[in-house]
Ligand binder design. Sequence first.
Ligand code: CA
Ligand code: CA
Length: 562
Amino acid sequence: MKSMDCLRNGLPAALAAGLWAVCAPAGAQSTAVLSADHTTPGDVVTYGMGYSQQRFSPLKQINARTVSRLVPVWAMGTNNSLGDEAQPLVSGGMMYYTTGKSTYAVDALTGRMAWKHELEYGPDIGRAALSGQVNRGPALYEGKLFRTTLDAQVLALDAKTGKELWKSKSADYKQGYSMSVAPLVANGVLITGIGCGEHGGRGYIEAWDPETGKQLWRKYTIPAPGEPGSETWPEGDAWTRGGGPAWLTGSYDPALDLVFWGVGNASPWNAQDRRGDNLYTASVLAMRPKTGEVVWYYQFTPNDTFDFDGNNELVQADILVAGKPRKVVMQANRNGFLYVLDRVSGELLAANAFTRQTWAEGIDMKTGRPVETAAVKKMRETGDWVTVAPAAFGGKNWNPMSFSPATGLLYANVLDNEWDYRPAKQPYEAGAPYIAMEAKWRFDQKAGGALKALDPVTGKAKWQHPWTIASFSGTLATAGDLVFTGNMTGEFAAFHAGTGQKLWSFQTSSGIVSQPITWEHGGRQYVTVASGIGTVYLFFAGDERLATVPPGGTLWTFALMP
Ligand code: CA
Ligand code: CA
């Protein structure tokens, strides 16, 4: 098969399109191919299964009627016990997958490895990668695979051979900078964001020349004195260690030529010595990919003190809001509110709670600002303990939701948790964790949250499937009326998108904290998901019910029994 398919590279595009070239030509991941990803189920070449990150597939061979015949067709160990969180990509017959230290290319139909690339890290890497030594996936563009590294470098490999083409250093990991983000290639520019929110760094989003690895621009998420937004940092040099990480992949609208990228918490979490709104922390930036120019921004949580971040995925859709068709971008924020913004202008269209939250009375739709509760205001004034939901784990964590244009619903694994919190004093030390608070986490052993089918405009659930242990798995929606997701004890399951009825499940090898995809080849639909337990919940929540879940990653691919 390989030698034959290699020959097809020389064929006219129209002829080759029906085939599946194992030796994918460079043009296999052109800007046009990336832009069309959501409409071409034969490959998955973008994070989010399309630039809009809907994670929706038009495939329906596997559907509510047939899913009971879904069985594994191959599995491949990933030699990783630190959490498998990446989204695989499929292109030219290959599946590409990353962990914190490894990059794999495997034959998508058989699971046999074609090549692997291993990274080496210093023994002190765990201090910078405080939230987990993970990677969220590769990017592909014109025959090259791009990934980020825990020691804050960006790497380009030859997608055919795994040969290293270039490596560019973004920051010094010993100063508390780290990268796990799946890169985004938008308008020919390779874009990455930095992690630094728990180390008193100064966050940024930056762009690289995919061909050479030369840095094209860097946009700091915290303005320097004199720059627009610097007036929201009135306290001395607080801005220099002000956080604003950008550790999840933005979405892209090629028609508007805008990238939507989430910015995380201000640093440290204690806000008493960094008064002001602290732009552009806990915000979304709408940016031009060629220049990094910010066209509009919206701040979810001014002066964030609970690590609500703002990094969660930004899903685009064209939906009706108050009877009018709107181009929107949506985020289920860790602060418990589901935001719907006009993605052309940044106008706030809706912001409703999608889970239990007790820190705000609501979002003022005139100002776009949260109205904090009296208890939170008192904590800010006195430094006393306050009990709020959600805790820093959030109403929803990083694991992505999906959107089905068929049902108009968002499918998200929603969390339900709270904590007792108070600010504390902590001196800043370069490179060390810098959080400055005390917390008592509280997890109700019966209430782990739920898989919810959410109306984006009201935040209300059309249906929900409760979890007794919080789920940190992404979701996948399909035209076959299905929603796929996983849970921490390793069950991979399919639910009816309209009713929430559980239709199928399979016990995988470990806990699922990753991002399922679906794709097809030769008239057969496949579903792929990584199983390999990890996440901040596993490492920080102390949930004894997870003690018996075997660690270690495996990439699973399923299809209908013939
Ligand atoms: Ca595609
Ligand atoms: Ca954070």
